[in-house]
Design a protein around this ligand. Structure first.
Ligand code: AMP
Length: 360
């Protein structure tokens, strides 16, 4: 079976690493000459709107999937004429726009921060008066890793901020005084069967994910699964979806969804019976889902900007290096380490060792 992937970054690369043992082949559409997934499959180097290359991809593969959600809607619609596409155009339409996403949470009775659609500075002033400060202004589309957003703490922050974010459609959200951030990785098959990985506790630095620790028997697991199931059913979703939540007042508020494999699920490569990457491929290919059970105690630490010396990383017991083969650049995710240990105490000790290497 040949899988077409829109996007050829590290997520595409890890999909190919998981799918190759299942006998799958891969083709990636990505305009970047140095797309890091290219080493693991065919690279169609073209823009996402290039219909000649989209048609070529559709002719060559059995199905198409995505490694990022900011795909132009026309690209998805065009591909869907010729080849099965998972997840659906509708799932991507909702997930790529924070207004649609939060409106869906509200319609499904899933708690989410207060929010307002912002089309102008005047809208922002009105919304700030209603929602109050602090608040967070985010571009509706194309934001990632803390980009395209600003925390507003006082009146001076509000002034001129709409223009500062590019005068594009935005969303104002009430600031959530969260006690923690967790994510749930779910996978839904074509027949509707749904499985969940254990909740993951996430720590960010300047808006970029730094550390994910998989939990055991998290008290909010059932609630997170309930909220996530509502979304998956509503979208008749196929594939892996990540749900990011704020932990607040002993409950959860939904922050966002990602209709794809997710950074906070990378630990599953060594830390679960079947990884998020393999389960995504199983789901979209119509194959039976694999077990989402945890194996040992796991964490993932991102390497941002550079990967520490390989010999030092792999010298740490229980440490598995994932090097994306990308050029090092400040603020860029270039690799990660997965730790899988026998118990929590060992895991915490090994996290400290990897963090010390990063700080060297
Ligand atoms: P996002 O791109 O929406 O995932 O936001 C990136 C990070 O900013 C989140 O992981 C939070 O740490 C923080 N953040 C986003 N929205 C809010 C909010 N409404 N209240 C408090 N912190 C937020």
């Amino acid at each position: 079976m040949k899988i077409g992937v829109i996007g050829g970054g590290q997520l595409g690369r890890m999909l190919a690493l998981a799918g190759t043992p299942l006998g799958m082949n891969f083709a990636f559409l990505d305009p970047a000459p140095d797309a890091c997934a290219a080493a693991l499959g065919e690279h169609l180097r073209a823009d996402y709107g290039d219909q000649d290359h989209l048609r070529q991809l559709a002719d060559e593969v059995d199905l198409v999937t995505f490694e990022f959600e900011s795909v132009p809607a026309e690209t998805v619609a065009f591909l869907s004429q010729f080849v099965p596409v998972y997840p659906s155009a509708e799932a991507l339409r909702i997930a790529r726009d924070r207004w649609f996403e939060k409106s869906m949470f509200k319609d499904l009775g899933i708690p989410t921060p207060e929010f307002a659609d912002i089309q102008s500075q005047a809208d922002l002033d009105v919304a700030v008066a209603r929602i109050g400060l602090p608040a967070v202004l985010k571009t509706r589309t194309l934001g990632y890793d803390g980009k395209g957003q600003k925390v507003l703490r006082n009146a001076a922050d509000v002034e001129g901020t709409f223009a500062e974010l590019g005068s594009v459609p935005c969303l104002l959200e009430g600031f959530v005084p969260f006690t923690g951030e967790v994510s749930l990785i779910a996978v839904r098959a074509r027949d509707g069967e749904t499985r969940f990985y254990p909740l993951v506790h996430n720590t960010h630095d300047s808006g970029i994910l730094k550390l994910s620790v998989a939990s055991s028997d998290h008290p909010l697991q059932a609630l997170a699964e309930d909220y996530s199931s509502r979304v998956l059913k509503q979208l008749d979703y196929v594939g892996v979806m990540a749900f990011e939540f704020f932990e607040v007042d002993g409950g959860l508020k939904a922050n966002e969804i990602a209709p794809r494999v997710h950074n906070s699920g990378h630990w599953t490569t060594e830390g679960a019976e079947c990884s998020q990457f393999e389960n995504h491929l199983r789901a979209v290919a119509g194959l039976p889902l694999g077990s989402t059970a945890k194996v040992g105690e796991s964490a993932m630490i991102n390497f941002i900007g550079e990967v520490p010396p390989v010999d030092k990383v792999i010298a740490i017991d229980d440490c598995h290096l994932h090097h994306y083969g990308k050029a090092f650049k400040v603020g860029r995710k270039v690799g990660h380490a997965n730790l899988r240990c026998v118990d929590q105490a060992t895991l915490q000790a090994q996290i400290i060792k990897v963090e010390a290497l990063i700080a060297e």
